[in-house]
Design a protein around this ligand. Structure first.
Ligand SMILES: [Zn+2]
Length: 188
């Protein structure tokens, strides 16, 4: 949407179309960009673990794990490593599941994407549903709860595009790998 904003003005000048209608259109378009556009939280995310390098990242989105398409990334870290909020948003659900173990579902500010952190050893003290978090805030600690192997603690990290119902348990998985690579590069 940002290209539209920059293209409209030169187009008008070339065509001599500086009439009132178009002059009204520009601020309207600008406000529309501000209201509905802006950047997706995925493009602004920060790594959920401090000090990650590209060597720590492996794309396993399409792999089959336990009979299902993985649709997530596994970041191998020692037990107890702090897990941080990847984006500004709200802790929407703290859930204990058989496969995921101790998990967190975080909604971004625009309620467009849900960030999922699983196999945690425990939550950060005081973490609760409805809590606002900023990127980098410690929300939990790496562990092996759920179906992770006891001797292989890791963060299972996933991103879901929320549907119109905005339910934490429903969404379309988005591969976090490319945007996490960019996040790690930005963090250097
Ligand atoms: Zn996983």
């Amino acid at each position: 949407m940002s290209e539209r904003r920059t293209l409209v003005i030169p187009w008008m000048i070339r065509h001599g179309r500086t009439d009132l209608k178009l002059l009204v259109c520009i601020p309207v378009l600008f406000l529309a960009v501000l209201a509905f556009g802006g950047t997706s939280s995925i493009l602004e995310m920060t790594p959920p673990i401090s000090g990650l390098t590209l060597a720590n990242l492996r794309d396993s989105f399409e792999e089959t794990h336990n009979g299902h398409r993985h649709e997530a990334m596994d970041i191998i870290e020692p037990r107890g490593t702090p897990v941080r909020a990847a984006v500004r948003g709200t802790i929407r659900k703290l859930f204990l599941s058989k496969p995921g173990g101790i998990t967190i579902y975080e909604f971004d500010e625009k309620v467009e994407y849900c960030y999922y952190y699983a196999h945690l050893d425990r939550y950060a003290d005081g973490l609760h549903e409805g809590m606002s978090v900023t990127p980098g805030k410690v929300i939990g600690f790496v562990g092996s709860t759920g179906n992770a192997a006891e001797n292989a603690p890791h963060l299972h990290f996933a991103i879901f595009e929320l549907g119109p119902e905005k339910q934490w348990s429903k969404g379309k998985a988005v591969n976090p790998y490319p945007s996490l690579v960019e996040a790690v590069k930005r963090s250097k």
